[in-house]
Design a protein around this ligand. Structure first.
Ligand code: NAD
Ligand code: UDP
Ligand code: UDP
Length: 331
């Protein structure tokens, strides 16, 4: 059964509606695990801007203090260096669980945050992934599709970890009455993205800026659908505030082959940027594109920023970080 806490009002934002005019909304206490990371830090910006109190829990495994430094000194902001694999005691209203190294610790961290949600009656949102669909046999992917994942492949640890995290989330919902939300996030890009973690958009952009050839894996005909980070954050907040558990696909249905992506990067950065082909990894999904009908219908959400609009904003940020004189960033 869906347990709704009657003490905690439901808020609607942007599209407006639920908060009576003139009535000031009471701030929530919100934990964002992984809040010093790429997506998390943008989410924190929105929550702080909205008037909430935010506790970031991060072990800086891939995240960086620089991503949230602009909030230091704000009494509504707190940063805790902590590994979510260890238990954590806090008093909060909502938990956005983004912390996730691509490893089995994913599962333990999710379990701890669900335990926390259960103890304090907080609403818990899991950032799952389109990877739960594996190398999909259905295209585009609908939430009802169970996926095609190789349990012993090179990328299985991440995929299966997230699938297990979804299972745990639903078990805590059904068994312990925890209010949960599940987002299945498709490839997301934007400012503050890790420069060197090997994702395709960050690789191509960094390579083109450094005048290195863009490395296309395989024949480059595999597809992905790229979502700008502000669209994702809007979707995550609507999901958290709304009344539907999910899972919801959050992604931009605009589908590109890697060769097309390389072309957009050429248009945006350098028409003379070269392409270099490299062998692809095993089990690389051939195509991926979200069906977002469910999010449109139930969350009133759809992405607004097309790749050609979003990429320049990321390029500005990458240019600064690669060529700027900022201390612990850069090439
Ligand atoms: P990110 O690596 O930038 O952020 C993850 C953050 O979690 C980092 O700040 C890292 O330091 C922190 N972290 C990792 N392990 C931790 C631990 N054990 N304890 C505490 N903190 C820990 O990644 P992101 O792109 O911002 O992704 C955020 C979430 O969204 C992840 O759960 C990821 O799986 C999911 N997701 C992202 C994408 C995408 O395209 N960016 C796609 C699908 C799903
Ligand atoms: N947990 C936590 N913070 C809390 C409550 C629980 O980190 O505020 C952890 C706890 O250490 C345990 C996990 O969450 O490892 C699951 O907790 P739950 O109470 O559901 O399970 P139990 O402890 O009963 O096995
Ligand atoms: N890829 C590529 N060149 C790179 C990095 C990745 O061609 O430098 C390809 C990769 O083989 C995959 C796609 O880009 O087909 C997306 O890879 P990424 O790791 O960004 O995301 P995911 O595979 O998790 O969707």
């Amino acid at each position: 059964a869906q347990i709704i806490n009657p003490q905690r009002p439901v808020y609607r934002f942007q599209s407006g509606g639920k908060i009576p005019l003139g009535l000031k909304r009471k701030g929530l206490r919100i934990v964002v695990t992984g809040g010093a990371g790429f997506v998390g830090s943008h989410l924190v910006d929105r929550l702080i801007e909205r008037g909430d109190s935010v506790i970031v829990v991060d072990n800086f495994f891939t995240g960086n203090k620089d991503n949230v430094m602009h909030h230091f000194g704000n009494p509504r902001f707190e940063l805790i260096r902590h590994d979510v694999v260890e238990p954590l005691l806090l008093e909060v209203d909502q938990i956005y669980h983004l912390a996730c190294p691509a490893s089995p610790t994913n599962v333990v961290g999710t379990l701890n945050m669900l335990g926390l949600a259960k103890r304090v009656g907080a609403r818990f949102l899991l950032t799952s992934t389109s990877e739960v669909y594996g190398d999909p046999l259905q295209h585009p992917q609908v939430e009802t599709y169970w996926g095609n994942v190789n349990p012993i492949g090179v990328r299985s640890c991440y995929d299966e970890g997230k699938r297990t995290a979804e299972t745990l989330t639903m078990d805590y919902h059904r068994g312990a009455g925890v209010e949960v939300r599940i987002a299945r996030i498709f490839n997301t890009y934007g400012p503050r993205m890790c420069i060197d973690d090997g994702r395709v958009v960050s690789n191509f952009v960094a390579q083109a800026l450094r005048k290195e050839p863009m490395t296309v894996y395989g024949d480059g005909k595999q597809t992905r659908s790229f979502q700008f980070v502000s669209d994702l954050v809007e979707g995550l907040m609507r999901l958290m505030e709304g009344e539907h558990v999910g899972p919801f696909n959050l992604g931009n249905p605009g589908e590109f082959t890697m060769l097309e992506l390389a072309q957009v990067v050429q248009e945006t950065i350098d028409p003379d940027a070269k392409i270099e082909f490299r062998p692809n990894t095993e089990d690389d999904p051939h195509k991926r594109k979200p069906d977002i009908t469910k999010a449109k219908d139930l969350l009133g959400w759809e992405p607004k920023v097309a790749l050609r609009k979003g990429l320049p904003m990321m390029v500005t940020d990458f240019r600064q970080r690669i060529f700027g004189d900022h201390k612990d960033m850069g090439a």
